[in-house]
Write a protein that binds this ligand. Structure first.
Ligand SMILES: [Zn+2]
Length: 232
């Protein structure tokens, strides 16, 4: 089989796989709603995990700032104890007040942040419980759904094996090109030429290009949409 034949076979294998995947994800309402719920729980858990990570980083930074502020306060307190002259004593007291105030500026928001982090941890634990409950109910119904669609499941396995086998027979650069086209061209990497026109993008091909295509040993790409062309 030449490269073009493999590519055409691969394209039709993928088209069939897509159809089957659509059938196998067309869930009945109960399964669909469990699936939606699972996705929503996962999205929420991801957002909360991110928020918790952010809070933990800030807690660490503020913890270090608080330690420094504490040292400053301790130093100021020691200065108050060792000062005997009245003028210096007043200044030392004022300094201690200031250091205490600065420490409070860090410790209060830090406390609030710690409370916030704890709330996030609790929320995440509860989400995890909900997620695993929803997951097991989903898995149960999904297994039944798949049993009811045993033919499609078997066909999907066969097609997946065929895809792997066909891909293995393609030169690596053809594989890369094919997959890039699939993602850039709505899942259609291959297009037939009909009446001198690329059926992928409906652009009329130039006569010399068509002539070259008939002679070519390697697959040629549409000059307009880059899909790999074949003459039916
Ligand atoms: Zn085209």
């Amino acid at each position: 089989m030449d490269t073009l034949a493999i590519l055409r076979d691969l394209q039709s294998t993928l088209d069939n796989l897509r159809t089957i995947d659509r059938d196998l994800t067309a869930f009945p309402p109960d399964l669909a709603s469990l699936n939606e719920r699972l996705k929503a729980l996962e999205t929420e858990a991801t957002a909360k995990t991110k928020a918790l990570e952010g809070a933990r980083v800030r807690i660490q930074t503020m913890g270090r700032e608080l330690a420094t502020a504490q040292k400053d306060e301790d130093r100021a307190r020691a200065a108050v104890k060792t000062t005997s002259q009245k003028v210096q004593y007043t200044a030392a007291i004022r300094e201690l007040d200031e250091k205490e105030r600065q420490k409070a500026l860090i410790s209060k928001p830090l406390k609030a942040l710690e409370v916030e982090a704890q709330a996030l941890e609790a929320a995440l634990a509860s989400l995890e419980t909900q997620r695993s409950e929803t997951r097991s109910r989903f898995d149960e119904l999904h297994a039944i759904f798949l049993e009811e669609h045993a033919n499609q499941v078997a066909a999907r396995e066969m097609l997946q094996a065929k895809r792997t086998e066909l891909e293995a027979r393609l030169p690596p650069q053809e594989q890369t090109r094919f997959h890039r086209l699939l993602s850039n061209r709505q899942g259609k990497a291959i297009a037939a030429v009909e009446n001198g026109t690329c059926t992928g993008c409906r652009v009329k091909l130039r006569a010399p290009f068509l002539a070259a295509m008939r002679e070519a040993k390697e697959p040629m790409a549409c000059e307009s949409c880059q899909r790999i062309l074949f003459l039916p």
